[in-house]
Design a protein around this ligand. Structure first.
Ligand SMILES: [Zn+2]
Length: 367
């Protein structure tokens, strides 16, 4: 990423004049750096997300390519790269602030501090007026880290709604690539993404929806090593996988770590989901329900599925996940929801903890 030599640069003095003339300050630092202060009126476009924001019109302020832009970062290097990208993208007036915010601060130029504790009001207004959410709940979502295993039929609606609700950090794990036969139900992906790794296609979609959150894309299969390294860094795990080995891997590790997870599965017109908080007193785990993989369960490819079924179940998983993160789902733990998509019926049954369960029972090996 070597920037060209001919990107126009301005010093702090010229920059101040440009600001007074209505140039838009574009901050290309990463969100963790905002606490250092920002230029007055700055719009955030982290360099790591800028390409995606440009490609998908993720920032309304960049829609007018004749809008003059004063790009800055911490020291004036990343802003050169960003300025070059913006010029290549057709923006007509772009300059980079030499020496960045450090130089700006050293010369005591005016600064603004974003109120870190105040979630962006407009985006979340419709949920923040709920008594169950409010500003405190929104902050909880913003500080939450959720891992979604699978960016397919279930992972798509889950990720869409968690991203839209402002869950601050979402990690996606999936080693598949988008196929055209996925698009009928895996609504994170578009026809243009066929052939691409699902997690990268998904990240682009989610950041276009909400550029204020962080999306970590892991184009890997969830094996034991990856699970061991990722699970402890997350508050909640969501099972959007389509196979029993992965489901058991999630359950067994979550039980060992005492980590909550939201399970979901769809087959034909039937769906199931539930919130498990294994490793806590008298709470069941998934193996209490299914000690071993049932035999002869066909996959979606074999049995067929209407796209709205994983859409429905995944949306309910998202609802469960958000409620858990907001501290509202205590009574929903260990409840299995059974969805009948033909009769349009949802039943709730309590899963008893099995004291002989090989994973969470009293004789389970916990190593
Ligand atoms: Zn169990």
């Amino acid at each position: 990423m070597e920037p060209e030599d001919d990107i126009p640069e301005v010093d702090h003095h010229q920059a101040l004049t440009l600001l007074q003339q209505g140039w838009l300050p574009l901050d290309v630092r990463e969100p963790a750096e905002y606490a250092e202060g920002q230029l007055p009126g700055a719009v955030n476009a982290p360099l790591s997300q800028l390409q995606s924001l440009m490609e998908h019109c993720g920032l309304p302020q960049l829609a007018d390519k004749h809008k003059p832009l004063l790009v800055y970062c911490a020291a004036g290097v990343r802003s050169l790269i960003a300025a070059e990208w913006l010029l290549e993208d057709g923006h007509t007036q772009v300059v980079s602030l030499r020496e960045g915010l450090q130089g700006w601060k050293a010369r005591q130029q005016p600064l603004e501090w974003p109120d870190e504790d105040e979630p962006a009001g407009e985006r979340y207004a419709r949920q923040m007026i709920l008594d169950e959410v409010g500003i405190d709940g929104q902050k909880r979502l913003q500080q939450s880290r959720v891992l979604i295993v699978g960016a397919g039929g279930l992972g798509s609606p889950v990720a869409w709604y968690l991203a839209a609700a402002g869950v601050g950090h979402i990690t996606l794990v999936d080693d598949d690539r988008v196929e055209r036969s996925n698009l009928q139900r895996q609504i994170l992906h578009t026809d243009a993404a066929v052939g691409e790794e699902k997690v990268f296609s998904a990240r682009r979609s989610l950041l276009a929806l909400n550029p204020e959150i962080h999306i970590e894309a892991r184009a890997e299969r969830l094996d034991d090593n990856l699970a061991e390294s990722l699970f402890p860094q997350h508050d909640l795990i969501i099972d959007g996988s389509d196979n029993f080995p992965t489901r058991y891997r999630i359950n067994d590790l979550c039980t060992r770590l005492g980590k909550p997870f939201v399970y979901g599965a769809v087959q034909g017109f039937s769906g199931q989901l539930g919130l498990f908080t294994p490793g806590r007193r008298s709470q069941p785990c998934y193996r209490c329900l299914y000690p071993q993989a049932p035999e002869g369960v066909p996959t979606c490819a074999e049995a067929g599925v209407l796209g709205a079924m994983p859409g429905w179940v995944g949306t309910m998983q998202a609802n469960l996940a958000l409620q858990w993160l907001l501290g509202l789902a205590d009574d929903l733990r260990g409840q299995l929801l059974l969805v009948d998509g033909r009769a349009m019926d949802v039943r709730k049954v309590t899963v008893p903890a099995d004291e002989n369960c090989p994973t969470c029972g009293q004789n389970a090996s916990r190593n």
